[in-house]
Design a protein around this ligand. Structure first.
Ligand SMILES: [Zn+2]
Ligand SMILES: [Zn+2]
Length: 126
């Protein structure tokens, strides 16, 4: 991947936040450092980072597409009560991906978004 200032900065915004950000949110944060940066450039940077596996994109329930500096296929646990998103064993996503592709499904899985909804320990105690 060619490293452009836009890509490097998009990557930095994601690693520094450690959150799940929409492309618009990445853009808002990146604009502080790179004035004149366009949203379409952020989209292209995110796509380039995603293509090399540095960034994962996910579709969380009832939410927009979000990006984060973590490998693809990692599962998400979403608390129905407080909305907190946590990451269980990332291997679980890989195992599911391989299981789905290995079966006699006559189907080739390219993308997998694993989102489990439930209640977090903090909310359960309340
Ligand atoms: Zn995540
Ligand atoms: Zn919760």
């Amino acid at each position: 991947m060619r490293v452009t200032p836009q890509r490097a900065h998009t990557w930095r915004v994601l690693t520094e936040s450690e959150e799940h950000l929409t492309a618009e949110e990445v853009w808002e944060r990146a604009r502080d450092t790179l004035p004149g940066l366009e949203l379409s450039t952020v989209y292209r940077s995110l796509e380039a980072l995603r293509a090399v596996g540095l960034v994962a994109d996910s579709r969380l329930p009832e939410g927009p597409r979000v990006f984060e500096a973590r490998p693809a296929l990692h599962p998400h646990l979403v608390c129905k009560s407080c909305g907190e998103i946590s990451h269980p064993d990332p291997e679980a996503g890989h195992q599911l991906f391989e299981a789905l592709n290995a079966g006699s499904n006559d189907f080739e899985v390219h993308e997998l978004h694993v989102v489990a909804e439930g209640i977090c320990a903090r909310c359960a105690r309340r």
